[in-house]
Design a protein around this ligand. Sequence first.
Ligand SMILES: [Zn+2]
Length: 305
Amino acid sequence: MKKVLVGYGIDLDAVAGWIDTKDGSPADPVEISRGIFGATIGVDRLLKLFAKYGIKASWYVPAHTAETFPSQMLKILDDKHEIGLHGYSHEYVSQLSEQQERDVLAKSIAVLSTLGVKGRLGWTAPAWTTSMRTVHLLEEFDIAYDHSFMHHDCMLYRTPYSSYVAKSTTYKYEDCLAADWMTPMAVPELSSLVTVPANWHLDDWPPFAAGDGGSDGFVDPHVLERMWKDHFEYCYAEYDEFVFPLSIHPQISGKPQVLQMHRRIIEWLNQFEGVEWCTFGEMVDRFQKGQIQGFDVRKAMGRHA
Ligand SMILES: [Zn+2]
């Protein structure tokens, strides 16, 4: 008997990532209009899709979106979806100072709580970039789980602190001897946090975002649908227990041709025995209760001494 937890993570970026251009240049009003489309039309269409199939999803909301589109937030809350953190204005965490990273976490937690979001919150890094200190800060702010790291692609796991990465990234050839860098990576230390694995190949942005996603955006949705089905079929054949977390954006997946793809995918997944739709928060609960197999990064690296 297979046990498969399937879920949608929705990054409700809206205009946050476009209004914060990150380099001081002015925002493009047309991009802002794409964001407004996502937060309004896109959200409404996705809520309708999820209601039709009885799916509860996980919405990761930059606090800028939450403050700018409060009535859309209420619709998501009314439909009993999970809401999690995604920065204030979709900041690239790897570029922030420690103080900025702290301030963004504190403010975004406060904004979601003001809107009535209860309980411990999950977090996904904007653009899936983090700093060396992020995992420590997420623990300090009592974040329920992470959805950014990519150590596995179909199993949950305890999140390693990122300090094991540091040594191999701080040398400059001109400042040292070869002996200085010819050392193995340090043994990862595991944090108390859990990661629901992120995966660019289970994300709608790279194939469908016009101009800024690694493609021109004009990918036939059947191509992505086939890729997602291949991913799922491999896991279903090879693992008795696994997770299938999809990541989508309302300004992308709220378009008619992509919504049609989601309909087909949902109906196709529902034919498999053992498939259960749930939020990412529920996946983490099940993992922590030992109800679904997970992955151990340290053990897999053979470095658990
Ligand atoms: Zn995002």
